[in-house]
Design a protein around this ligand. Structure first.
Ligand SMILES: O=P(O)(O)OC[C@H]1O[C@@H](O)[C@H](O)[C@@H]1O
Length: 433
């Protein structure tokens, strides 16, 4: 049992709070965290936090914005309640994908001229990502094609195993998508959610198509969120696998960015037969460091998927193509990424790998956000097995996705809390993992 420590849970991940408390041998702090009828948050800390070392567990999942405000309010309540130190434990850090200026990515140029290079493309990516309220996908050949029809017309199909599982928000998104009459050409950004792929695809926004290279003005939300938490009174942040590790520099309080890598590595070693014959694959250039770190540690081969986004003509606004760099034919492939949100990135990557001769495709991801109809997309995809941590709740995803396996990271967070509390090294936590 650890003394003089308080663990307070938000509403985003009760299971994580319970697991961490069990590990530390303490009960969770008694509190009220609810809503006034007008929607404002109400927080009352029922146990004394005076002079205590407080850890508040809240992940960037579910109603992300509500949970973020709740976190700020809980931090402030503890500070005002004379806590000695307040640490925000945020397994998936919200807004950490928005730390800098948005980009109008042109992508790295191919080494050959576009026409000759085209012959060597291993995959042409055309369909936009289907999402709630968005236009209907032109269809992905990997099985998502016709998925919405299956889900709408055949709700009993799940039981028969002949269609991807349905879920209520998927069905509502399907019906709203079919009502969205914009000729299916461009998504209407005022009607549906935005994904990072919209930056990549240089999507038409309110009739305005940005010129390649032109950056639209967009809020720097990552900076604001860092400031909000600090301003609320956070003394310290513990998180895991920040999309951009440099995001730590946006804070002027200590940030411990734990690694999911060790759990993923352990999975590879213990669950993938002859894993040294397999190939670690990064689904995009941005994740190459993360994936090579695992490949190097396990002495495995590495391959990379490069997204070529440079438009050949100005009108060629959706000219993104994927190219595989590396030899994966007749090998097992292990995709490694920090996050699956729409699951567009990993499902497209898996399709490409199977086309290039991969015998089996695993996807190992730290944060399984799985928004919109992404679970249906994963079920219909070329991915054979997808492994995520429970940095956000996974019970519902697991129920809907037979390919999904979940690794429990609560012991890692509990041990990090114990070490921070006792002033012990965090890096030592990973030395023998
Ligand atoms: O394709 P989805 O799942 O929407 O987004 C996940 C990708 O977007 C990037 O920020 C992540 O690193 C990952 O590669």
């Amino acid at each position: 049992m650890v003394r003089n420590i308080v663990v307070l849970g938000g509403n985003s991940h009760p299971q994580m709070t319970e697991n961490v408390c069990n590990f530390l041998g303490i009960p969770a702090c008694n509190r009220i965290l609810s809503k006034f009828s007008g929607g404002e948050s109400r927080c009352e800390i029922k146990d004394s936090v005076r002079g205590k070392d407080v850890y508040i567990i809240q992940s960037g999942s579910g109603h992300v914005n509500d949970n973020l405000i709740d976190l700020c309010i809980m931090i402030s309540a503890c500070k005002i309640g004379s806590a000695k130190r307040v640490t925000a434990v945020v397994p998936l850090f919200p807004y950490s994908r928005q730390p800098d200026w948005p980009y109008n990515k042109a992508g790295a140029p191919l080494s050959k001229s576009s026409e000759s290079a085209k012959k060597d493309y291993t995959f042409e990516s055309v369909p936009p990502t289907p999402r709630p309220g968005g236009p209907r996908s032109a269809g992905l050949a990997n099985g998502v094609n016709g998925l919405t029809e299956k889900l709408t017309k055949n709700p009993g199909a799940e039981a028969n195993g002949d269609a991807a599982p349905k879920r209520s928000d998927t069905l509502s998104s399907v019906s709203s998508a079919s009502n969205n009459n914009n000729n299916g050409v461009y998504p209407d950004l005022t009607q549906r959610s935005f994904t990072t792929h919209d930056y990549e695809n240089q999507t038409n926004i309110n009739g305005f198509r940005p010129k390649p290279g032109y950056k639209q003005w967009v809020a720097q939300a990552g900076t604001l969120v860092a400031d909000l938490l600090t301003c609320a009174g956070a003394d310290h942040i513990i998180t895991m696998d920040l999309h951009d590790p440099q995001y730590q520099g946006f804070f002027d309080i200590p940030v411990d960015n734990l690694y999911g890598k060790f759990l993923l590595q352990n999975y590879i070693q213990t669950h993938i037969p002859d894993f040294r014959e397999a190939v670690i694959v990064s689904p995009d250039a941005g994740g190459a460091k993360r994936a090579t770190a695992i490949a190097d540690s396990l002495n495995m081969d590495f391959a990379l998927i490069h997204k070529e986004r440079r438009p050949i003509k100005f009108t060629d606004h959706r000219n993104a193509s994927m190219m595989l760099v590396g030899d994966i034919a007749n090998r097992v492939c292990i995709l490694v990424d920090d996050l699956a949100d729409t699951a567009n990135t990993i499902t497209r990557a898996a399709k490409l790998l199977k086309r290039e001769g991969a015998t089996k495709v695993y996807a190992l991801i730290t944060h399984g956000v799985f928004s919109g109809d992404s679970i249906a997309r994963v079920n219909a995809s070329a991915i054979d097995k997808i492994v995520v941590t429970n940095s956000v709740p996974q019970e519902e995803h697991r129920r809907l996705c037979p390919k999904l396996e979940v690794l429990d990271i609560s012991p890692v967070f509990a041990e990090a809390i114990r070490r921070v509390h006792h002033g012990e090294s965090i890096s030592a936590l990973f030395q023998y993992a």
